[in-house]
Design a protein around this ligand. Structure first.
Ligand SMILES: Cc1cc2nc3c(=O)[nH]c(=O)nc-3n(C[C@H](O)[C@H](O)[C@H](O)COP(=O)(O)O)c2cc1C
Length: 201
């Protein structure tokens, strides 16, 4: 099949685009508003975009609070969502009114960050404390719901020692949750290694 998004129909019951870029890790994005009120929401348009310095992005397709808070305060924390907390992650995607605390709604405990105001989530093994580097506005079908990609520089990285084995983060001890094309999820329980030593000579 072939279609031109926005121009010709895909003729499938659901938009296939996200299934073509999968799995996507889920950033559980913690922010505060200018009054310090916490907000927490999952984003699967989330990824690393640079290594030195480490940078991550999340992208809001018209969701309001995380984007508005990151824009207003210049800070966010990206927790990498673990499979074990899928229930809480799902709770945090509820469209609560602005200012209502998803931590409380989902029964999550806040922990203080070291370099930024937004909170960490108790029980999550990886958190990235971020300062906003750039916000790239994206097309939106609804002017009342602006879409944008938020790029952050990681200024503090927390890794639970329990998921470090032989000096490396062991993804199988952590099982980050990934979003697939529709309502399905995946997680990694098995990995394999391919060495690149031929390239290093
Ligand atoms: C697993 C998962 C991934 C999601 N990814 C995104 C995303 O990448 N972009 C987005 O705009 N909304 C995404 N959502 C929906 C938002 O989490 C939801 O709209 C939430 O209410 C936004 O909250 P906020 O307005 O407090 O930022 C996702 C929801 C789930 C459950």
């Amino acid at each position: 099949m072939f279609y031109e998004p926005g121009k010709t129909a895909h003729n499938l019951p659901h938009d296939p685009f996200k299934a073509c870029v999968a799995p996507r890790p889920i950033g559980w994005i913690s922010t505060v508003d200018t009054d310090g009120r916490p907000n927490l929401a999952p984003y699967s348009f989330f990824n690393a975009v640079h290594g030195k310095p480490p940078m991550v992005m999340f992208s809001s397709a018209g969701s309001m609070d995380s984007l508005a808070n990151a824009r207003a305060t210049g800070e966010f924390v990206a927790a990498v969502a673990p499979k074990s907390m899928l229930r809480e992650i799902n709770f945090c995607s509820s469209p609560l009114p602005h200012g209502e605390d998803e931590f409380e709604y989902a029964g999550l405990e806040k922990l203080p960050a070291k370099c930024v105001k937004p909170h960490l989530i108790k029980g999550v093994p990886i958190h990235m404390e971020c300062e906003v580097f750039q916000i790239v506005d994206l097309p939106s079908e609804n002017p009342e719901k602006p879409c944008a990609m938020v790029i952050g520089t990681v200024v503090g990285l927390h890794i639970d020692d329990a998921i470090i084995r032989d000096g490396m983060v062991d993804i199988t001890l952590f099982e980050p949750l990934a979003r697939l094309g529709y309502q399905e999820y995946a997680s990694i329980s098995e990995t394999f290694t391919v060495r690149r030593e031929d390239f290093w000579k």
